[in-house]
Design a protein around this ligand. Sequence first.
Ligand SMILES: Cc1cc2nc3c(=O)[nH]c(=O)nc-3n(C[C@H](O)[C@H](O)[C@H](O)COP(=O)(O)OP(=O)(O)OC[C@H]3O[C@@H](n4cnc5c(N)ncnc54)[C@H](O)[C@@H]3O)c2cc1C
Length: 485
Amino acid sequence: MSEQFDVEYDLVVVGGGGSGLSCAVQAAQNGLSVAVLEKMPQLGGSSAFAEGHAAFESDEQVKRGIDVSKDEAFRAYMDYSHWHADSTIVSRFVENAATTIVKMRDLGAVYEEVIVTAEDQPGELVTWHIPQGEVARVLELMEARARELGVEIYLSTPAKEILKADGRVAGVVATDSDGEDVRIGAKAVVVGTGGFAKNPEMLNKFSAWDCGAQMINVGGEGNEGDGLQMMFDVGAKEWSSIGTLLLFPFMRGKTVMSHTNTAGFQPYLWVDRDGRRCTNEICGLNFGNAGDVVANLPGSFYWAVIDQAQVDHLVQDGCEVGLGVYVRTGEKLTNLPMELAADVEAGTVFRGETLAELAAGIGVSPEVLEAEVAEYNRMCHDGKDTRFHKEKYLVPVETGPYFAIKMEPGIMVTMGGIKIDDQMRVIDQAGAPIPGLYSVGCDAGGLFGDSYILTVPGSANGFALTSGWLAADHATQMIKELATV
Ligand SMILES: Cc1cc2nc3c(=O)[nH]c(=O)nc-3n(C[C@H](O)[C@H](O)[C@H](O)COP(=O)(O)OP(=O)(O)OC[C@H]3O[C@@H](n4cnc5c(N)ncnc54)[C@H](O)[C@@H]3O)c2cc1C
């Protein structure tokens, strides 16, 4: 072992989420010695919350008679991003995502269904492969295989610096679980730290919005942009859409399974901080679009105004749109009455016997709210929305009591990051790969333009898992070539 390192491996993976574990398993299967450094006391990152991942022409789709061709998927990514996405990355992902399904199944994953996120969303491709136990189970399977193959997993060990020597990456410096610096040598380093959803300064700096501090992170607590910073420090170039975020309307203090939260993004009536209707609420069918809407509003929030009739409908008939598999589209929101009552009691949801009372609660002018609701109800009864052209869900708000639910920008993940090539190699300012450095998952840019493509559901986690093993394969090849020089 070289004196400058405390320990050495062929490959060091920074980040023990979906992309990092996929990389570690593949690299170890390829015969490399591998270490995974994870900042948190547990593995998983935001991947632990994911329900499923995208693939195209997979055997799971074929056996269910689902026809989503790779050509169609490629076009979907490119058209959705106005060809801003990097076609080489899109192509690599689209070509290889079905192999990821086979790899995960080889580890023991069982795919229960392949579905869309919102039945009512026009043009959504049927790409969301849902494993039994969701992605959390796949992570367990990857961890087990990694350990079986001798991968060393260091928890509570954040990497903080990438080391270079002779023009190539030589390892990393990390802080071990005792708080001591440890220098780890490696022939290749793969960075998959999951983006910067938990870093308000970076969110403000890179995204289109300045409400980073208000964004409610529902993903990994460790996603603070460490990997990006480390890669910038060694000359990495940022991907042009580094600020792409996967936002969604979310009620502060809730979980993604909450029924009050679900009521808050139904496509009924949304008003802004002044009590005025603020958009075509149909955007709620695609929570990513709705997230962009909420971030853009003055104050970055809206009030979902619902009445007792809508509450009853959500309980008895089910919701118009759910949230992934956490709350299924069409699910009956049976917890809603009890949850709403508790929220009203806690002062987190406002209730009014009349609209004027509701307006007073949320601090808007009663005249404005009453006029807005009256106009909205008139359009509902006419069946024609001349304000925002909503063609469905024109449900009047007229049966008190009334409720107002405050919805703010929730953030699942950031989707931009570092510029990589189609081998997942990190690109420097001059456009050349930095020898020995790879980036995967949410740290790597290229698959998306300025917004997340929810019409190809499962793209983020699909890319994390696929980019992980693709990086491992290239690193293996590169390390073998180094050994023969
Ligand atoms: C509620 C929710 C639901 C989702 N559902 C889906 C879905 O169904 N389908 C889909 O495609 N996507 C989904 N996503 C997004 C998806 O989970 C992610 O895009 C993807 O899995 C991220 O994988 P990753 O490996 O890039 O990052 P992560 O899984 O976040 O892993 C990164 C890891 O790096 C660690 N780390 C950070 N800094 C350091 C450091 N300095 N040193 C060492 N380790 C570090 C983090 O702690 C973390 O464990 C969802 C996200 C959320 C929050």
